[in-house]
Ligand binder design. Structure first.
Ligand code: SF4
Length: 694
């Protein structure tokens, strides 16, 4: 027992907010959490933290928590509290009824990056083994699925290449489509430390983010491109590198597939990909693009960090591949200080993808059509498994509307609020016959649910999260589950009620199974996590203590592969009726749809979503700071307070999406990434009009 202030003991665990994965000491008095202090031993944060992890944990015991299972026959009926057995048996009987009537593929599940690795592993296991199909998806679909696709195609592994601390060896850093100061604050402080030492910064973002002005001077280059033109920008940067003799020829010859490289070089060298030719598309002066390209290519160590401003586009996967091309062409992969580094949004986005929560992949990114992998899982689980990929989240919605997908198990994900084009999503949810929501709050999705299974917060369970550095860290139970069961136990019981038994006494046994079945995790165990503090995968016989830097001697796929990245304008265009382009992002004190942070004192810092617009656009419309503004798009409309700001460029407006009443996703469109269906949250044509009140 450690005596700390008011606390009687402290338990080390991992923050449940962003993909930095900070370690904290949960200081306890009995079963009461009294304080969260950042852990100096934390290998991702080394004693640092932000206002979310440090202060926004009160939601875990908020009066809104639902702690009793509930059912209702129709979504217009009131909820009835029932026992766990009754709720789980009712859910299972409904799923069985739907499958008997509509077929094996008529049900599926969605898991969440809020959940632990062990929980997401179990959800995909339940879907594949108990439902007998591959209709499982994760909320990574709507954020970093293009990262998974793009990095696999080029580098061979669906993960970032470096540790956060690696940036301390970078000479030039590109931050593209990310706002680390708000979204990944602890990484932002490491980056700022390096910038203070003299490293150079290039920001590629439509908005003037804080980082540009806050590191003892300014970013060397801010390339404020128009939303939707990332690929054009990367092609322009690549053009400069390819045509000005800036290719790392030796690295490319030794490490990369030359056929793909030669095609890429020929493609980006074309005059149509020059910064001058693309200036009218990106809106960025060609001279700045040329200078930024030279700065990055001539850096001793050049690193790229990117976020959802890269992935959440109709060309999200193409953009990720363009980033990987740029890093390979300049030899910036395979050592400290360089690399391709997705800043993952949620705490366990990396983990939920690693755990096989996609309809086409088993854990470890192995395709369901691969016979050897399928046999491995069939032998381990004792059931036949399907070789056809299942439905992605948007396909589930479409199938619901055409009457072929009628049952959904949704754990820890509020699709009604977080997915784009709310009207389409809610119509699909309304069409289903049984929705089972497992969550800590009655969220927006639960309004369409027939069974509510109380979830457990990160404080109430054991498990692991995997951060953006591929770092697996322990989540430790600091208090008993408020509803009596941890999420993993609920999934096990639901599987049993469906006729598929799983036998685990503790999440460590789930991790042991993951390790047995997943080569990149084969050396991971709770015991080793206790010894080492955390482990960056791959962790196996070749790397028994994990892998901080990937692709050192060769790429995971062997030779690095260049992919052609032809710019394709998004279907979402500004028009006379909708002349402005809306993009979205997050703010420091709030988190995603705000289910957690809105139920904490952090709301005092940021009590509402607002729409930011440039003074020129404001003046044209007679809008002043603080006015109510109607925001209309082709999909819908909402009302927000205006914030007039020169952070924005004329013609581009910006909002956050933390409050359900703001309805940011009422106005976003159905457009999505061509490869992964990741929604295009970052480009919506809108018009603003001053209104007297909402
Ligand atoms: Fe939590 Fe991310 Fe803040 Fe760290 S930086 S405390 S992981 S929200």
């Amino acid at each position: 027992v450690i005596k700390i202030g008011q606390a009687e003991h402290a338990i080390e665990t991992t923050c449940a907010y962003c993909g930095v994965g900070c370690s904290f000491k949960a200081e306890m008095r009995g079963n009461e959490l009294v304080r969260m202090t950042p852990s100096k031993n934390g290998q991702a944060n080394q004693g640092h933290s932000c206002v979310k992890g440090r202060f926004a944990w009160g939601y875990a015991t908020h009066p809104d928590r639902i702690t009793k299972p509930m059912i209702r026959k129709n979504i217009t009926d009131p909820w009835t509290e029932v026992s766990w057995d009754e709720a789980i048996n009712y859910a299972a009987s409904e799923f069985k009824r739907i499958q008997a009537k509509y077929g094996r593929n008529s049900v599926g599940g969605i898991t969440s990056s809020r959940c632990t690795n062990e929980e997401t592993y179990l959800v995909q296991k339940l879907i594949r083994a108990a439902f007998g199909n591959n209709n499982v998806d994760t909320c990574a679909r709507v954020c970093h699925s293009p990262t998974g696709y793009g990095l696999k195609q080029t580098l061979g592994e669906s993960a970032g290449t470096q540790t956060f601390e690696s940036v301390m060896k970078s000479d030039v850093v590109i931050v593209m489509g990310a706002n680390p100061t708000d979204g990944h604050p602890v990484f932002a402080s490491i980056l700022k430390r390096r910038l203070r030492q003299g490293a150079k910064l290039i920001v590629i973002d439509p908005r003037r983010i804080d980082l540009i002005d806050t590191h003892h001077g300014r970013a060397q280059y801010h390339l404020p491109l128009r939303p939707g033109t990332n690929v054009a920008m990367l092609n322009a940067l690549s053009h400069v590198i390819a045509t000005e003799g800036l290719i790392a020829e030796e690295f490319v010859a030794e490490r990369c597939d030359m056929v793909s490289f030669n095609k890429w070089r020929e493609f980006v060298s074309q005059a149509e990909n020059s910064p001058e030719a693309l200036e009218s598309i990106t809106g960025v002066p060609a001279a700045d693009v040329r200078a930024a390209a030279r700065l990055y290519a001539e850096a001793g160590n050049g690193a790229i960090y990117y976020g959802l401003g890269v992935t959440e586009h109709s060309q999200g996967s193409t953009t990720v591949m363009g980033i990987a091309n740029l890093a390979m062409a300049t030899g910036n992969v395979g050592r400290e200080g360089v690399g391709v580094n997705p800043l993952r949004g949620q705490n366990n986005v990396q983990g939920s993808c690693d755990m096989g929560s996609f309809p086409h992949e088993f854990p470890g990114y192995r395709h369901v059509s691969d016979l050897a992998t399928r046999e491995l899982f069939e032998n381990a689980w004792g059931v036949p498994l399907q070789s056809e990929p299942g439905l992605r989240i948007p396909n589930m919605f479409e199938a619901a509307l055409d009457g072929s997908f009628l049952g959904l198990y949704c754990e820890g994900e509020d699709i009604a609020q977080s997915d784009p084009n709310t009207q389409h999503v809610t119509a699909a949810l309304s069409a289903m016959e049984c929705i089972v929501v497992q969550d800590i709050f009655l969220n927006e999705t639960a309004k369409f649910a027939h069974v509510f299974l109380p979830g457990s917060s990160f404080l109430e369970k054991d498990g692991t999260f995997t951060n953006a550095e591929r770092r697996i860290s322990r989540v430790r139970k600091v208090m008993p589950p408020l509803a009596g069961k941890a999420d993993w136990e609920v999934t096990v019981e639901l599987a049993k009620a469906l006729g598929f038994e799983m036998h685990y006494k503790h999440p460590s046994e789930i991790m042991d199974e993951i390790a047995r079945l997943t080569p990149t995790f084969s050396g991971v165990s709770y015991e080793k996590l206790e010894q080492l503090g955390s482990i960056q995968w791959p962790c196996n016989d070749e790397a028994p203590e994990g892998t901080p830097t990937m692709h050192i001697d060769e790429f995971v796929r062997g030779k690095g592969r260049f992919m052609l990245t032809r710019y394709q304008p998004t279907d979402e265009r500004a028009s006379k009726r909708f002349p402005l382009l809306l993009t979205t992002g997050r703010i420091l004190s709030q988190y995603n749809v705000g289910a957690q942070t809105r139920r904490t004192d952090n709301t005092a810092w940021h009590p509402e979503d607002v729409i930011e617009l440039h003074p020129v656009d404001a003046e044209e419309r007679g809008i002043s700071d603080g006015d109510w503004v109607g925001v209309a798009s082709r999909a819908g409309e909402t009302v927000l307070h205006a914030r007039v700001s020169d952070r924005m460029q004329p013609g581009v407006v910006y909002t956050t999406f933390h409050f359900p009443e703001s309805g940011a996703n009422v106005i976003t469109t159905d457009n999505s990434d061509w490869a992964t269906n990741c929604p295009e949250y970052k480009v919506t044509a809108v018009e603003l009009i001053k209104v007297s009140q909402p």
